[in-house]
Design a protein. Sequence first.
Length: 292
Amino acid sequence: MGDINVDKQLVQNDARKADSSMGKLLLDLGKIKPEDAERVLRLQKVENIRFGEAAQKLGLITEADIKQVLSLQFDYPYLQPNQGQFSKELVAAYKPFSKQVEALRALRSQLILRWFNEGYKSLAIVSATSGDGCSNLAANLAVVFSQLGEQTLLIDANLREPVQHKIFNLNESRGLSDILAGRAGLEVVKKVDSFVDLTVLGAGTVPPNPQELLSRSNFIEFMKQANAHYDVVIVDTAPAIETSDAQTVASRCEGALLTSRLNQTRLSDLTNIRDQLSLAGVQIVGAVVNDF
C-alpha cells in the first residue's frame, strides 16, 4: 500500500506541473483523481495537446469543468450549478457566460465610466414597485463588480421587505437596522467566502420605524466608513412609490440607478421618482429596464 501511495503522489506532482496549474486545480477541485492524471499525462504526451483537452477527451471532465478552472486561473470565480446555498437569482454567479450576464457586465462598464471613476463609491438601486427587479439587480451587480476584483459591499437598505439575506443565505440575522439602532456593530457585516471580493450586509431585524432609522445621522457615518473601506458599495432600497425610504438612502449615496420592468412599470412613476431624487440632490446615474 505504501508504494501505491507514493506512486499516486508522484503522478499528482507531475500533473501539477502540467499545463501550468490546470492539472493541479482539477485535482484540488476533485474533478480528477491522481490515478486519472496518469492517463491524462500519457494522452497529452502522445497527442501533444493541453492537459485539460486530454482530460476532456478521455471523458474525465466536461467543458464546464475547464471553464471553472480557467475562471480560477484568471481570478474570475463563479459557481457550478447546485454549488453553494445561494439563490438561483444570482445568474452572475451561476450563469456567467449568459447573455443576461453579458448585459450586466456592459452595465458595470458604464457605471465605472460614468460614476465610480469620478471618485464616487456608493450607488443606490431604486425601483418604483416591488416587482421591478431592484433586489435582483443589486445582488447581481455586486457579484459582477466583485468578479472584477473590486472590494464590493452590498447593503440591504430595504428595511420593510428585505431579501438579500435570502439570496445570499446569510446566517447572521442582524444587519443594517440593528447597526442604526445601536444594537449591533460592524461584526454583522459578513464577507461571502464563495465570492472572493464580496461582502454583504443584510437588512437585519425588520423595525417598526424604518424611515426614522434611515434618517439618523449614524447612517451617514456608516456610509462614510463603507466608502472608505470598499471600492464599490451597492445599496438595495425599498420601492420608491410606496415609501420615501429610497429617497433617503439615495441621498446618502449621492447617486442612484433607476430600474424598471418592461411593460409593467408606469412611466409616470419613474418620472415622479426621478423628480423626487433630483430635488434631494441625488444624481441619476442611469436607468435599466428588466425584461423577465
